[in-house]
Structure formats: C-alpha cells, structure tokens
Design a protein around this ligand. Structure first.
Ligand SMILES: [Mg+2]
Length: 159
C-alpha cells in the first residue's frame, strides 16, 4: 500500500512571497532570479498552511512540496533552510528543472511541467489526499486529472 500524502505549493501557499515575486520576477524588464532566491529567508509564513502541514504530518501523512522554484543549489538550499527555520515539515521537495532546461522543454510552454512531475515522481509512490496550490491554471489542470485541489484566495494579476 502506498503512503498517504498531501501536496503543497510553496509561493502563495506556505510562503508569503508575493512582494518579492512582484519586485524581481513579475512585470519587470529582466527577471532577477538571484535576488529572489536571496530574498527567501525574508519570506513570511502563512500560519494556516503551516498548521495544515503540521497536523497532516502528525497523523502520518507524507508532505510533498511541489514548486515552480527552480532546482538549482541556491534555491534548494535557501528553501530547505527556510523550512527548517520556520518549523515546516517536508518529506520531499520537488522543484522544476532550471531555466536553461526549462526554455527548451515543450512541457513548460504549455504549463504542464507540474502535472508531468506529479505523474512521474509523486503518483507512483503516494496516495494523494489533496493538494494546495494558488495558481488558477494549476488548480484547473490538477482538478481535470481528478485531484482535489484547495486554493487560497490570492490575488492573481494576470496581465
Ligand atoms: Mg504558488
């Protein structure tokens, strides 16, 4: 039998990082990823989602983080340190392939990379109770493949 698990997004779900996303990544001439990765220690935590993780961890569910943050050393290290500092339990941290790979990857241009990671890396190992994600596109796609998706009431400024 597979372990039960929940899937958590990070930005906009666990991390209150919108101000830094706006400043360095969204609506800017050139995205400044380094400054964003360096801002991670300053991100506040959303208490409701930390409590959710803690409670599900305490009843034996695995906690799988599935994020659009890139899998490069500075991002992985700062994210793991941030979990540790903020007492957030994490069993598995799945990050998207880095940007140089991303730009050549067909799945990215269609926004399907999270679904692909779910199918290959999560589904074979875990029985997912639900996931939490704030992106309307991700919510829609994961519901279409049958998952229950909880969505925080974040402002999405889709220009
Ligand atoms: Mg998000």
């Amino acid at each position: 039998m597979k372990d039960k698990a929940i899937i958590m997004d990070i930005d906009g779900v666990l991390a209150d990082s919108q101000e830094y996303i706006d400043k360095y990544l969204r609506n800017v001439k050139e995205k400044d990823y380094d400054s964003f990765w360096n801002s991670v220690p300053k991100h506040e935590v959303f208490d409701w989602s930390r409590n959710l993780v803690e409670n599900y961890h305490n009843v034996g569910h695995k906690i799988v983080m599935l994020t659009a943050r890139q899998d490069i050393p500075i991002a992985r290290e700062n994210t793991l340190k941030w979990f540790y500092k903020n007492n957030i339990h994490c069993d598995m941290l799945l990050m998207q392939p880095p940007r140089d790979v991303e730009e050549k990857n067909e799945l990215y241009s269609h926004g399907l990379i999270k679904i692909d990671m779910y199918n290959k890396l999560i589904k074979p190992h875990y029985d997912i109770e639900f996931m939490v994600d704030d992106s309307p596109d991700n919510v829609k796609m994961f519901r279409e493949i049958g998952l229950t998706v909880l969505q925080p009431n974040n402002k999405w400024d889709l220009k």
